[in-house]
Design a protein around this ligand. Structure first.
Ligand code: DGL
Length: 275
């Protein structure tokens, strides 16, 4: 007879279109240092922000299969575009096999709590902004948040190419933040998991006039609450957890970028989604 595996010892699965979701994985690892993470970056299909809803849903289901095979107790969709396109489908698909957390609901709840009756800006990919999902969910709260959402498609390739702390990125960020859609706001939600890397430049642009909201910590807190409320938090161990990082297409430059996104360089293992 095989021993029943301890459900709390199972890993947390995290996925994104690429390595942007590592900013969220980093926040989860900081908040929950005993948890083992299995990260999947779908680098073969990056960027999701330009893909159709149907395509993203197909990728998301394939990735969930990978994470469920690894016995993940919770699947975190660390990508706003995938959360916009596939959160409901993923929840249905995963069923009772794992908990599912996306990027959108935790941030909507935070904004509703802290910015009721105030104007709030939001930037993200074409998929995220075009889905209108943030507006729908914020409107459902009915607390008078006036959301100003703008798609900023140049920012992901800019960051992927390493432009996030110089004159080129400063100009592009300025061009977007100067947009009339984003005027007279009290806060700006970074609704793309790549954007925490350019938060300092956005804060420099606003000079304290607008709060720049990086949702990573709010989402990590939601993950912690979801696990704690079901007694699924991993126990501390003498040795730190050994995380696993997979990508559907491997390049050395992805591996090098993990240092910037995760805070340390990690080894990426190639895991093709379709053989
Ligand atoms: N990380 C994705 C997000 O949060 C954006 C990158 C992409 O377009 O694939 O939406």
């Amino acid at each position: 007879m095989t021993a029943t595996p301890n459900p709390a010892a199972r890993p947390i699965g995290i996925f994104d279109s690429g390595i942007g979701g590592l900013t969220v994985a980093r926040a989860v690892a900081q908040r929950l240092p005993h948890e083992r993470l299995v990260y999947f970056g779908d680098t073969a299909h990056l960027p999701y922000g330009e893909k159709s809803t149907a395509a993203i849903q197909a990728y998301a289901v394939k990735i969930c299969d990978v994470l469920l095979r690894q016995h993940c107790k919770l699947i975190l969709i660390a990508c706003n575009s995938a959360s916009a396109a596939a959160y409901e489908l993923v929840r249905e698909y995963v069923g009772s096999k794992a908990l599912v957390v996306g990027m959108i609901d935790p941030v909507v709840a935070y904004v509703g709590q802290h910015y009721a009756g105030r104007p709030v800006g939001l930037i993200g990919t074409k998929q995220t902004v075009g889905s209108n999902i943030y507006r729908k969910k914020i409107d459902q709260l009915d607390v008078g948040v006036d959301l100003h959402a703008l798609a900023t498609p140049l920012l992901v390739p800019m960051i992927e190419e390493g432009f996030f702390a110089g004159r080129v990125s400063e100009e592009i960020i300025r061009a977007y933040l100067d947009h009339e859609m984003l005027q007279n706001i009290d806060a700006l939600v970074l609704a793309c998991t790549h954007f925490p890397l350019i938060k300092p430049q956005m804060e420099a642009y606003y000079q304290g006039r607008v709060a720049v909201l990086d949702p990573s910590d709010v989402v990590a807190a939601t993950v912690a609450e979801a696990l704690a409320s079901r007694q699924l938090l991993a126990a501390s161990a003498e040795q730190g957890p050994r995380h696993q990082f997979y990508v559907s297409d491997f390049t050395r430059s992805f591996e090098e970028s993990t240092r910037i996104f995760f805070g340390q360089e990690v080894q990426l293992d190639h895991y093709p989604l379709w053989e």
